[in-house]
Design a protein around this ligand. Structure first.
Ligand SMILES: Cc1ncc(COP(=O)(O)O)c(C=O)c1O
Length: 415
């Protein structure tokens, strides 16, 4: 069963969670002085419109018309009820997922790539640099920059660059340039933190370039709230009540923020972050100011972190290999408004395969984390005999990650 919204029901404003946070966020600090940073400190990296969104306390932010025009290429995305998975589990729970895999790049990432490319275009910046883990964000930004006529330079975590050649080919098809990172250490598997260092170093070294971040920052989570806003409308269309739990896999927090932030004001709705056991930022990290990158070039952010020098093991869910977390997500977890759980790789692939064999679609390795948690919630509901309503973000498809499934199915996956 699926619920589609007509193109005219695409949200025309993003949802800003800032007024709903338990306390205002602590400000980012300058990497050298450790003083709070101002707009001028960020201007070498981001256009002013995004810097303004980063600190906005308005309840909503209008989505520009040219951005809506591009988002309508695939949005609104479907809300699907996973009835076959429910039946296989024998659960009284109703499981819904928001299908972000239908975007051109195959994940939620274009929801923010498009506005980021647009605002840079408006400010006259012709070239963007960025990092990418598994290649989802890099392909989203390559797609978005191609539509607005910008150049795109992608630093791809070396482990994924070598494991996932098809993502590189996709980026190049959209006109992006892709190099493995860290650029100065060819023997190193890399991490999102080190790829961010490479991309920031490139952008600040050139007057024609800005940097674009695929997650973590407030404006990125803001752009992703179209996911949760649409899901709310679609649940109503389905005649469903508010969910008991909203679930998202969490790397830097943009997918999770996108589906869950519009539910923050709804008191009875539990919010659940799912992360890999090998990079357990929210469940085992400590809350502190830390750098967003490995080399210490970015501002210090108040967040749960494993330390900016932590290099996570090379799991298949490359998009979840980040040492820190979004300040918004961190604040919600710290305040007890959001819960977090971590799973080992074999457990999430088991869930991914169960999903594929019941619902048909093959999820991205990052997405299998959310599916694992949704299944476990549904099994608890079964044990308790509860009619739980579960909503999760189906953040991406796994059709370019089949080598990961091959490893799982043939016993080569390690935890
Ligand atoms: C399909 C998919 N889901 C989830 C994520 C998690 O990232 P974030 O927490 O930034 O949304 C990624 C990151 O690359 C991804 O590709």
């Amino acid at each position: 069963m699926r619920w589609n919204l007509p193109p005219d029901d695409l949200p025309t404003a993003w949802f800003n969670v800032a007024p709903h946070l338990p306390a205002p966020l602590e400000p980012p600090l300058h990497p050298a002085t450790r003083e709070p940073i101002g707009p001028d400190d960020l201007a070498p990296l981001f256009p002013m419109a995004l810097i303004a969104q980063e600190v906005s306390t308005e309840p909503t932010v209008d989505i520009p018309g040219p951005v809506l025009d591009v988002l309508r290429l695939w949005r609104p995305t479907p809300l699907v009820r996973a009835t076959r998975l429910e039946a296989a589990l024998g659960t009284p729970a109703r499981i819904y997922y928001k299908d972000e895999s239908v975007s051109p790049a195959g994940s939620h990432k274009p929801n923010t790539a498009v506005p980021q490319a647009y605002y840079n275009k408006v400010e006259g910046v012709p070239r963007l640099t960025t990092e990418t883990g598994a290649g989802q964000w890099g392909s989203a930004l390559s797609f978005a920059t191609s539509l607005f006529g910008l150049e795109c330079m992608v630093y791809m975590v070396r482990a994924s660059f070598e494991q996932k050649p098809y993502r590189r080919m996709l980026m190049e098809t959209w006109g992006g340039s892709v190099v493995p990172s860290p650029v100065d250490d060819p023997g190193h598997p890399g991490s999102l933190g080190s790829a961010i260092s490479d991309a920031v170093r490139d952008a600040v070294g050139r007057s024609d370039s800005h940097y674009a971040l695929g997650s973590v920052l407030n404006h990125v989570l803001l752009h992703q709230t179209v996911i949760g806003l649409e899901a709310k409308q679609q649940l109503e269309l389905a005649g469903e009540r508010l969910p008991d739990v909203v679930i998202g896999s969490c790397g830097g927090g943009s997918n999770l923020g996108g589906i869950s932030l519009p539910f923050v004001p709804d008191d009875g709705v539990r919010l659940l972050a799912v992360e890999p056991a090998s990079c357990p930022t929210l469940t085992e990290g400590h809350f502190d100011y830390d750098f967003g990158d490995t080399a210490g070039l970015t501002p210090l952010l108040p967040m749960y972190t494993l330390g900016h020098e932590f290099i996570p093991p090379t799991i298949h869910a490359g998009g979840l290999r980040y040492h820190g977390d979004s300040p918004i997500i961190s604040a919600l977890v710290r305040a007890g408004r959001m819960e977090a759980v971590a799973y080992a790789q074999s457990k999430v692939f088991e869930a991914g395969v169960q999903f594929a064999r019941t619902q048909g679609a093959v999820p991205a390795p990052e997405t299998t984390h959310a599916i694992r948690a949704a299944i476990d919630e549904a099994l608890v509901a079964k044990e308790l005999g509860e009619e739980r309503v579960i909503l999760f973000s189906y953040s991406g498809h796994g059709l370019l990650d089949l080598s990961a499934y091959d490893d799982y199915l043939h016993g080569r996956l390690t935890d």
